[in-house]
Design a protein around this ligand. Sequence first.
Ligand SMILES: [Cu+2]
Length: 193
Amino acid sequence: MRNSIRDAARIALKSYPLSRRHSFAERHGTIGLSLMLLFAVSHPLWAHEFKAGDIEIVQPWSRATPEGAKVAAGYLVLKNHGSSPDRLVSATGEIAGVTQVHEMAVDDKGVMTMRQLADGLEVPADGEVALKPGSFHIMFMDLKRPIREGETFKGTLTFEKAGSVEVEYTVDAMGGNAMKDHSMGGGHDNHGG
Ligand SMILES: [Cu+2]
């Protein structure tokens, strides 16, 4: 019984005109493309790219905060398509009273600490810098309200050469990681605020 079905399928496939097979593949390709477009439209992370001069800002995201939290972090990738370096010198966020550019690192006692980058963060010529958990980040302080998973909030980034640009952060789940980079997880638990 099984065999006969398989044989029938083989015969059917053999007798299937090449042109029809072709169009079948094309149709499949079209379905795939439609699904991709649908995903791009329905998935906010795909739509979040911003530009300021030569600087491209990719996928700004943040994490939901617990009730009463006073700080949150913003992450994104800065790509410099220009032939000279630029610097991210300041940032703002509509959810925060104070916003700074921070660096997180392990100090000589092995403790995770963070500090404000007073001179800003360099974006190398023809290069990129990633703001990500456990590393550079935008620090939103004096939060005006908790931020919830799935919402977006606006902010600005100001570059020494490229000027200011408004960006929108997508809020991932609490403890989530939109970049799927689990290298340094938590990160902000020990931020004093
Ligand atoms: Cu910080």
